[in-house]
Design a protein around this ligand. Structure first.
Ligand SMILES: CC(=O)N[C@H]1[C@@H](OP(=O)(O)OP(=O)(O)OC[C@H]2O[C@@H](n3ccc(=O)[nH]c3=O)[C@H](O)[C@@H]2O)O[C@H](CO)[C@H](O)[C@@H]1O
Ligand SMILES: [Mn+2]
Length: 331
């Protein structure tokens, strides 16, 4: 009898142990399933709650696509929360180049401070400041994930050279410093401030900004380089838009090719004694005619403070300040 009891107790204990193990296993798996469900619910909440898109309602006062089917970015054509949630998990790094040579250093503080407020807020941003006055670079507090690197460059006594040599320096920066660390790059004029969001909606392979001064004009009025001897030449009847030299960007490899090509063409022109009408801006325009940008930013992305706002401009995101050329340029 005691023997049977002993066996029975062992059997009961064994069964109990098995049941406990089974319970632990099942409850653990259930918790995993639960937490997975919670996670996907959270992701859904983050990304999928936004205004229903429509293909029959939207802005009718502007054109939001080019004839080669690149988006033209205007306020009211995109959902910024949705776009941010698409790019956030990709953990992207965006570089920005800005040149502050000679007296143009005076514009840097406002540029950097407003970039903190509006340029890719919440994303990893690395600003490269090219200057001949490294000691005068202002201290601007940057948010976590954002940083600034000063790149010393020689002074010059011709503004045209400063402006045009940017292409060479951008090319070299990409080759020597950015490859493998950076996804996108934007190259911006320093004599400007941000006034509104400039973020993930601007990302694309090759990104150009439409110049605020000419977008309502006939292409024959665009200030393209018109001498056939120049490598920046655009023939009458050709050209899509007039783009700004003061802002362009895109994927690193695309901007590298653009900068390299514009630099080569600028130097080839110089060898035969030609400087294009608007220096690197002319070469950029020629490049964008041959190599269509995959995304086009509306003049919201580079307005000019002296211009009054046109009705289609619902927001000014980045704008050139009013400046006295005679005071600040070296020539
Ligand atoms: C808004 C816009 O599209 N601007 C373009 C336009 O004139 P801008 O009148 O805007 O040219 P600008 O005087 O701003 O010069 C272009 C940039 O070069 C740098 N800089 C220039 C001079 C100087 O002494 N120190 C210095 O640092 C600075 O970053 C400046 O923002 O045409 C230029 C053609 O050459 C450039 O294509 C500019 O990008
Ligand atoms: Mn400028």
């Amino acid at each position: 009898m005691p023997l049977i009891n002993g066996k029975a107790v062992t059997a009961v204990l064994l069964i109990a142990l098995l049941l406990v193990i089974l319970y632990c296993y099942v409850s653990q798996s259930y918790r995993v399933v639960l937490s997975f469900q919670e996670k996907s619910k959270a992701t859904e909440d983050d990304t999928l709650r936004y205004k229903q898109p429509s293909i029959v309602q939207g802005r009718t006062d502007v054109v939001a696509v080019t004839p080669w089917l690149a988006p033209v970015v205007w306020e009211g054509t995109f959902d910024s929360g949705l776009l941010d949630s698409i790019y956030r998990p990709k953990n992207i790094t965006v570089a920005a180049t800005v040149f502050a040579v000679g007296k143009y250093i005076m514009f840097l503080k406002d540029f950097l401070e407003t970039a903190e407020k509006y340029f890719f807020v919440g994303f990893r941003v690395h600003v490269y400041v090219f200057t001949d006055r490294p000691n005068e670079v202002p201290q601007v507090k940057m948010a976590a994930g954002r940083q600034l690197t000063v790149m010393p460059v020689p002074s010059s006594n011709r503004w045209q050279e400063i402006s045009a040599r940017r292409m060479e320096l951008i090319q070299t920066l990409i080759e020597k410093k950015l490859r493998n660390h950076t996804d996108y790059i934007f190259c911006l004029d320093v004599d400007s401030k941000f006034h509104g969001r400039w973020g993930t909606e601007s990302l694309g392979g090759l990104v150009a900004v439409i110049h605020p001064g000419y977008y309502r004009n006939e292409r024959s009025k665009f200030p393209y380089e018109r001498r056939p001897a120049s490598r920046a030449y655009v023939a009458p009847g050709e050209g899509d838009f007039y783009y700004c030299g003061g802002a362009f960007g895109g994927l690193l490899q695309e901007v590298h090719l653009l900068a390299k090509t514009c630099r080569q063409n600028f130097e080839a022109d110089a060898k035969v004694g030609i400087e294009a009408a608007w220096q690197e801006e002319s070469h950029l325009n020629r490049y964008m005619w041959i190599n269509k940008p995959s995304k086009v930013l509306s003049p919201e992305y580079l307005w000019q403070d002296f211009k009054s706002k046109n009705p289609e401009i619902q927001i000014i995101r980045f704008s050139g300040v009013v400046k006295n050329y005679a005071d600040i340029r070296p020539n």
